[in-house]
Design a protein around this ligand. Structure first.
Ligand code: NIG
Length: 422
């Protein structure tokens, strides 16, 4: 038996119980402000799984501790479930800090892209980078995410934009899932930008995505999802519908980059095609909210890129007040958010999108897990779930996490029931 006992936990955060028979779990509307926690708690991990937890005065392991159990004293410290980061592009080559300087001088994201920079710049770099080098570069970001408290992550392709390079990216993503303790979901995003050689022939590039890329991705079983950048200047609603129709035939469930720069129609298209999530949503109003209401599509908000691109934030408060769920993700990528720290994203969510700390924690844990079809295994402290959690340094309360936004607060990370090397 492999056991870990964490005792004297100041606050054990996000303790839940999923009703038997439920196929997923997340919270919406008013329920997002409910963050169940236990003061002065214990938690026992057996063979990688959360085996039990409760208040210290009911701890069954005070004298009779199973042989071989490692004990962690969490006096003054909180325990959180690991974050579930459901939108990243963390596999990329090099970086784009030169464009950061262009942005400061006044160029917009769209202007940089139109000049051949942006995603196409990253695609050119990735083309020159070997699969092994790409893996090594991405590993640095993976280790960083683990240190920040993330335990499950969605990673997209989309800096390849050729058959070979898209497959190269997806193989790297698969390797991250196999060789690191992060749980990884992969998304094929050939429709991230139109490559320069297809300029003026966008529908031919969409044909390539549909006729060659999707079948090859499916043949190697390299992705669970398909994503499209449905935005003026990138891909139209019609392109998006064609790609989703083709992908669904191969069992790839849609997700969509929607309404980042404009009212693109992407939200309605995503919902109509049963997308697991619609992401960005800086430009949404009653039409988009109505489309989302009653669906199980998760709206995923990415305040890190809104901050970095100096745009207006998604209207999270209005969405939650209308009964919608929201998830928060990092959108870790070289162009609009070269950062993967969900602690900072939660601070932005609170300060810029008027979410409470409880809503932000729910958005980055249980709702993020739902947006990766992982809510029965991750996203909360629950008996039977995989032991993915972290112990903080001493902090006064869980609210401190989004408050002390540059302090490194994660002390010990446990993924799949094992303490990770930091
Ligand atoms: O989600 N919007 C499209 N994709 C990324 C940015 C990618 C890049 O600029 O490299 C995003 O913001």
């Amino acid at each position: 038996m492999n056991g870990i006992l964490i005792e004297n936990i100041k606050q054990l955060v996000q303790v839940r119980k999923t009703d038997p028979g439920k196929t997923s779990s997340f919270c919406r509307g008013k329920d997002m402000s409910r963050l169940p926690y236990i003061d002065n708690a214990w938690l026992f991990i057996r063979d990688g799984v959360i085996d039990g937890f409760g208040p210290m005065d009911s701890c069954p392991y005070t004298e009779d501790i199973p042989l071989g159990t490692k004990i962690i004293d969490a006096t003054g410290k909180c325990v959180f479930p690991s974050f579930c980061d459901c939108h990243t592009h963390l596999v990329y080559a090099g970086s784009r800090e030169k464009e950061f300087a262009d942005k400061i001088r006044g160029l917009s994201y769209r202007e940089i892209a139109a000049r051949g920079g942006g995603i196409l710049n990253s695609a050119a770099l990735l083309h020159q980078t070997s699969e092994d080098a790409l893996f090594e570069q991405s590993l640095v970001r993976v280790r960083e995410l683990i240190r920040f408290g993330t335990g499950a992550v969605e990673i997209k392709s989309g800096y390849g934009l050729t058959v070979e390079d898209e497959l190269k990216m997806l193989r790297v993503i698969r390797r991250i899932g196999e060789e690191t303790p992060l749980t990884v979901k992969a998304t094929f995003m050939g429709a991230h930008a139109v490559p320069a050689q297809y300029k003026g022939r966008q529908s031919e590039y969409v044909d390539l995505v549909i006729d060659r890329m999707i079948p090859m991705v499916a043949a190697e079983n390299l992705a669970q999802y398909v994503d499209v950048f449905c935005e003026t200047g990138f891909f139209t609603v019609e392109d998006t519908e064609r790609i989703f129709t083709a992908a669904l035939k191969y069992g790839l469930r849609p997700r969509v980059h929607a309404n980042q720069m404009d009212f693109s129609g992407g939200v309605q298209t995503g919902v109509a095609y049963g997308a697991i999530s619609v992401d960005h949503l800086e430009h949404t109003g009653p039409d988009e909210w109505e489309a989302l209401a009653g669906s199980d599509t998760m709206p995923v908000l990415l305040p890190g890129s809104t901050f970095f691109l100096k745009m207006d934030y998604a209207p999270a408060r209005e969405m939650i007040d209308r009964g919608l769920p929201v998830a928060l993700a990092s959108n870790y990528n070289p162009g609009s958010c070269p950062a993967g720290n969900l602690q900072f994203m939660m601070t932005l969510a609170c300060l810029k999108m008027k979410m409470t700390p409880e809503e932000a924690i729910n958005a980055a844990t249980i709702n993020g897990s739902h947006a990766m079809d992982l809510s029965l295994r991750f996203g909360s402290i629950e008996v039977g779930k995989t032991a993915n959690l972290f112990v903080t340094v001493p902090i006064p309360s869980y609210e401190y996490f989004a408050y002390a936004f540059t302090s490194p607060l994660v002390e010990t990370t446990i993924l799949n029931g094992k303490i990770t090397e930091q």
